[in-house]
Design a binder for this molecule. Structure first.
Ligand code: CA
Length: 660
């Protein structure tokens, strides 16, 4: 034992003090979860990728109303390895057809001789996921989970890319939290955001110590080399049966934390309640040597199932949206008619009519407007204020969505009027009661053939597959802030470099971008100024993915924007067959490729650094010598892909590139 410990050094010493009970590996053997029991009877796990530790030894366990299952536990059965493989279609997310292979094993834990919980691990080549199944205790068939011991201990030297959780009941009309703070880039560990942790998804750059050892074998002198690994933490499968979670940080330990009591106006419990036996959502860890496995992951959907059948084939597409440039005052009949005509000229499928239509247009005139839109082949989305009793947001229509009776009456009218979808705003809470409301609205909406976009809201956690009429969530510091203040415009490109490899990697994102106005004002001559280029606007139409895009274009762009930009925006798709990460570093630049459902590839990139970014863009999706359209430097031209399948470009600061 002593000789062995000396050979392995300090890192391995701690693992020898507890029993290594189990290893669960990915199909290619690169990614492994190792399970241990601490001396106090706490189940522990770590995660290794290619012999490097990416999650150091961390606890598992649940603290519940029917007992403390964080210590005094014993590991019982370990199931045989179960190879899962699946293929499924997902037309409303980043990849239309998904295939995966993974290994699954379930480990059972007991306390005082009675079953406590099972943990099922799902490990594919780049993702680890696990969830608890809490067991009935004596005659108790329900319990409250007061807290979760689940922690992700990050190795020393890790840097972070995190979005701090907002303070509940703050912001506009007490509508927070809604995942709308600024990211921090390459920040050191140890802070807890603004004091209340961080939202999912969370990105880490691990400077991993590669121990150069073969599992199960001890080498004489392990050669320690350093390498960078990217790790994303998230969760999926959250519905009305549980709350959504966030991460709370102490030093290098990121623990799963539940909502705060004050969320949702203080209404409803912060702790989830479950029927026994019952599951927690899946906790997910995505690991890669580059950001590709994160940008391309489908783990959010691999682990969930559709919860009901689509009542019809839902249609996706592009929308015009007056509010982003012209704000509340534009939600009148005349200007909405103008935006319907604009949508028709662009060949767009939808118009989104935002807040206050109920008073500025009215229900009767709205029926007339929807009929008018139909003659132009434009479908109508209507905005709703979700609340309710949990904030003071005054915009109407309000009080129509939070209770089943009013909601179904309203949806019956919407269906009769021919409305296609709703954008429902101001639902800032992650409590179980709120999750139930998100779900109930989606279920009712499906009965009436309505698509749903949520705003001022939580992150979707597997919802693209769970709810077939779900379109997207905001859950990002989105385009509205370009209208609200200049600072967001000044750093617009910065945020665009992280979304495709973080927020948008785990779920559809209603950003509402791609403005071609110079200013966020109806006259396009004053107010908040856009500092990004027109090619940048095109690039984000590809980088930011959601099946119904509410673009920030304005009717005047038909005259004042370059023709090549308008032509591009007329043709840009919103549903995709595939996604490939090409290059990038969050906070600096991003290059990503999406394949449209017709097979055509769109490569898009933006540069947030202060200097032009000279880069040889690797284009394996195009053939050598193939002619492609290159959008760069306020122009478009036809160029040929080189023999080595690349194109050299210099992307301007705050500018973009598109190759198609
Ligand atoms: Ca918002």
């Amino acid at each position: 034992m002593n000789k062995l410990a000396l050979l392995l050094g300090g890192i391995a010493l701690s693992s020898l003090m507890s029993v290594n009970a189990q290893t669960i590996s990915s199909p290619d053997g690169q990614l492994t979860v190792n399970l241990y029991m601490s001396a106090e009877g706490t189940p522990m796990f770590n995660v290794e990728y290619a012999n490097s530790t990416v999650i150091s030894k961390s606890p598992l366990g649940l603290q519940t109303s029917v007992g403390d299952f964080t210590k005094g536990l014993k590991q019982d059965n370990v199931s045989a390895n179960f190879e899962v493989s699946q293929s499924y279609d997902l037309p409303n997310a980043k990849k239309a057809h998904i295939e995966f292979k993974a290994n699954e094993q379930t480990v059972s834990y007991s306390k005082d001789g009675k079953p406590a919980f099972d943990v099922t691990f799902h490990v594919d080549n780049n993702n680890v996921a696990f969830r608890y199944q809490m067991k009935p205790q004596r005659d108790r068939l329900a319990c409250i989970v007061n807290s979760e011991a689940t922690t992700f201990t990050m190795p020393t030297g890790t840097t972070t890319f995190l979005c701090p959780q907002m303070t509940p009941q703050t912001g506009f009309a007490r509508t927070a939290p809604s995942y709308e703070t600024f990211y921090e880039y390459d920040a050191n560990m140890g802070t807890n955001g603004h004091g209340r942790g961080f939202t999912f998804p969370a990105l880490f750059k691990v400077n991993a110590k590669n121990l150069a050892r073969v599992p199960g074998k001890v080498r004489k002198a392990p050669k320690v080399t350093e390498k960078t690994l990217w790790v994303m933490l998230c969760e999926t499968g959250v519905d009305g049966k549980y709350c959504a979670s966030r991460l709370s940080c102490t030093d290098n330990k990121y623990s799963v934390a539940y909502p705060e009591e004050t969320e949702f106006g203080g209404v409803g419990s912060a702790s989830p309640a479950i029927m026994l036996p019952g599951y927690t959502p899946w906790r997910t860890i995505t690991v890669g040597e580059t950001l590709a496995p994160i940008a391309e992951t489908t783990i959010m959907w691999d682990l969930v199932k559709p919860m009901y059948k689509a009542s019809q084939t839902y249609k996706y597409g592009r929308a015009t949206w007056s509010w982003i440039i012209r704000m509340d005052a534009s939600c009148n009949y005349k200007e909405q008619q103008e935006y319907i005509d604009f949508a028709s000229k662009m060949g767009y499928e939808y118009v989104l009519i935002d807040a206050l239509w109920d008073t500025n247009i009215g229900y009767e005139k709205m029926e007339q407007l929807v009929r008018y839109a139909k003659t132009k082949n434009v479908g109508v989305y209507l905005w709703y204020n979700s609340t309710g009793y949990w904030n003071d947001a005054p915009q109407g229509p309000r009080g129509k969505m939070h209770r089943m009776l009013e909601r179904r009456q309203e949806m019956a009218w919407l269906k009769k009027a021919g409305v296609k979808g709703l954008k429902i705003d101001f639902i800032g809470s992650d409590k179980q009661q709120t999750m139930q409301m998100y779900e109930d609205i989606l279920i009712d909406a499906n009965d009436y053939g309505l698509e749903i976009i949520y705003h001022g809201c939580t992150l979707p956690r597997g919802w693209e597959r769970m709810y077939p009429n779900f379109i997207s969530c905001e859950a990002v510091r989105a385009s509205e802030n370009f209208s609200f203040g200049q600072h967001d415009n000044d750093i617009e490109a910065l945020a665009a470099t992280i979304h495709p490899v973080l927020r948008n990697a785990v779920g559809n994102m209603d950003f509402g971008g791609s403005a071609l106005n110079k200013f966020y004002a109806k006259d396009n001559q004053h107010g908040r100024k856009r500092i990004t280029s027109d090619v940048y606007a095109l690039a984000t139409a590809v980088l930011f993915q959601t099946p119904v895009q509410n673009f920030a274009l304005a009717p005047n762009n038909l005259e004042d924007a370059p023709a090549w930009a308008i032509d591009f925006m007329k043709a840009v798709p919103t549903t995709w067959k595939d996604v490939k990460f090409i290059d990038g570093y969050p906070g600096k630049y991003i290059l990503l490729a999406r394949q449209a459902t017709d097979g055509k590839w769109y490569v898009a990139g933006v540069n947030a650094t202060s200097e032009p970014l000279k880069i040889n863009v690797s284009l394996p999706m195009f053939e050598a010598g193939q002619s492609v359209q290159l959008y760069l430097n306020n122009d478009v031209k036809t160029v040929k892909v080189s023999k080595k399948q690349n194109i050299a470009v210099a992307i301007p600061s705050n500018g973009g590139v598109v190759i198609k």
